[in-house]
Design a protein around this ligand. Structure first.
Ligand code: NDP
Length: 497
């Protein structure tokens, strides 16, 4: 069995009290790895290592061009290891291997992109009037505390780490206890590529202990969390108390808005992907499918047909489209939400149960589920389920689609399916949503900002803006006058400067 230790200052070390936690396969129910359960003392050691690495400038003191070279080397190493890392992701969280290969094969792009940003970033010299020159530069923030979820273990860690190291910061990462193995491998890979020891540290353990110790630690200069909205509130409150910046990527309840001019097959395929990729366990899951009433019946009939054809099975199998949920607890949450909907009068048009058959007894499977006859008063309309459950609701016109789509506490993502681009853009203007796709869903790119409105979080990942969020401005004002001014040496009117 695999044993994973903490990654502190370039060393693999056990927790100071020797405590471990099991990583359980959601497919077999068997323990596949033991991870160290970091104590607050271990977190303290990791933060101290990151601080030393920042203070002695072993990384931020290197020219940005050289940092970019290291990131590019890391991108090459990662590209070579995609198959191994994808297999490990599949083993620990149960997502189909087909998905994990596709996702991980894009991750070198984050290292390349932020390497390029670091190389091309430059300061500015605003005009502040004659007699002074103002130099403005971006400098790294310091030690970053990162707290990441289990649903895309490496993607989400990469979104944070690539930009943080490109900007010259040091960091301590607390991955989810359900998906810690690949983030640990990433730390080793970065050091192999040339990132000095101490810059990237990983403390594994539970959210309520290790995660809490990191978010409450006085030694960090920014917190960056992806997780549920309640976790985000706790961590953001901690950042607020300490007056440090926080980025929080939190929950969602994404609408998929289908107009009657969208080719039916394309819209159904898009909704199917939006709702059931990652077995529905994504923050941008298309959990509310809104369909124009003129095509509602035809759309629903075809969607149900396609849902019935989805292939559930062993996530390690190349043919599998839907794997198990990540844990027994997650499956219980999903099943409870569906049962509650049923009790509230919602129609279960597909799924709504654990699948039958020997192939599904050990794994945490749940059938892809479509709910209809849902109103905005039902719990399932509002609450994030984080599983393979979507509601299908009709609308009559643009105004009603907007009203329904915006009727949520979340505002992370949504998609619009129409051939009328002008209408699509009109809709985008009126949606209280941070990421909107037209005729697509879940498309992510290192160059494109990723962040939600309302309860979906604060700030954005990706793009030049996230580089800025991992740096702070330093302003230097230089007096270029031939001689200085003597403020108190005269009673003449003076210019305050
Ligand atoms: P959680 O909020 O349960 O956990 C997120 C991370 O926070 C984990 O590492 C967890 O540790 C840790 N944690 C939990 N409690 C605390 C605490 N009190 N103090 C510090 N850290 C803590 O989310 P999940 O992992 O279950 O992920 C699912 C959620 O993430 C969904 O709501 C989803 O929408 C959101 N998400 C948002 C994304 C976005 O881009 N906006 C992308 C992906 C997911 P541990 O797991 O070990 O308990």
């Amino acid at each position: 069995m695999r044993e994973a230790l903490l990654h502190i200052d370039g060393q693999q070390v056990p927790a100071e009290d020797g405590a471990t936690m099991d990583v359980v396969s959601p497919m077999t129910g068997k323990t596949i790895a033991l991870i160290a359960h970091a104590t607050p003392g271990d977190v303290d050691r990791a933060v101290a290592a990151a601080r030393r690495a920042f203070d002695d400038k072993r990384w931020r003191g290197i020219a940005q061009r050289e940092r970019a070279r290291v990131l590019n080397r890391a991108a090459q190493l990662l590209a070579q290891r995609v198959d191994d890392f994808a297999a490990l992701e599949t083993e620990q969280i149960g997502r189909p291997i087909r998905e994990m290969r596709a996702q991980l094969s894009r991750l070198p792009e984050w290292l390349e992109f932020f390497g390029a940003v670091a190389q091309t970033d430059r300061g500015s010299v605003p005009d502040v009037g004659e007699g002074h020159v103002n130099l403005i530069r971006r400098v790294p923030l310091g030690v970053i505390g990162m707290i990441t979820p289990w649903n895309h273990p490496l993607l989400i860690t990469m979104k944070k780490v690539s930009v943080a190291i490109a900007a010259g910061n040091s960091m301590v990462i607390k991955p989810s206890e359900l998906g810690p193995l690949v983030p640990l491998e990433l730390a080793k890979l970065l050091e192999e590529a040339g990132v000095p020891a101490g810059v990237v540290n990983v403390v594994t353990g539970a959210g309520g202990t290790t995660g809490r110790a990191l978010s409450e630690h006085a030694g960090t200069d920014k917190l960056d969390v992806t997780g549920g909205t309640e976790t985000g509130r706790i961590i953001a409150a901690e950042a607020g108390r300490r007056l440090i910046p926080v980025t929080a990527e939190l929950g969602g309840k994404a609408p998929v808005i289908v107009f009657d001019d969208s080719p039916l097959e394309e819209a159904v395929a898009g909704a199917l992907f939006a709702s059931f990729v990652a077995t529905g366990q994504t923050c941008v899951q298309g959990s509310r499918i809104l369909v124009q009433d003129t095509v509602y019946d035809a759309f629903l009939a075809r969607l149900l047909e396609r849902v019935g054809q989805l292939r559930l099975g062993d996530p390690a199998d190349n043919e599998t489209q839907i794997g198990p949920l990540v844990s027994a607890l997650q499956r219980k949450r999903v099943a409870d939400a569906v049962d509650r909907s049923r009790a509230q009068g919602v129609t279960v048009a597909a799924g709504g149960a654990v699948p039958n058959g020997d192939a599904f007894t050990a794994g945490q499977f749940y059938l892809p589920t479509i709910l209809t006859d849902v109103t905005t008063d039902h719990d399932v309309w509002r609450q994030e389920i984080f599983g393979p459950v979507a509601v299908v609701v009709p609308f009559s016109d643009e105004a009603e689609a907007i009203r329904l789509a915006n009727d949520a506490d979340f505002g992370l993502a949504g998609s619009i399916w129409t051939r009328d681009t002008a209408r699509g853009l009109r809709m985008v203007d009126q949606l209280d949503i941070g990421i909107v796709w037209i005729n697509d869903h879940h498309r992510v790119d290192p160059a494109s900002p990723w962040g939600g409105m309302k309860d979906s979080g604060i700030g954005s990942e990706n793009a030049i803006e996230s580089f800025h969020a991992y740096t702070q401005l330093k302003s230097t004002m230089i007096n270029t006058a031939p001689s200085g001014t003597d403020w108190f040496g005269t009673t003449e009117p003076m210019r305050y400067s």
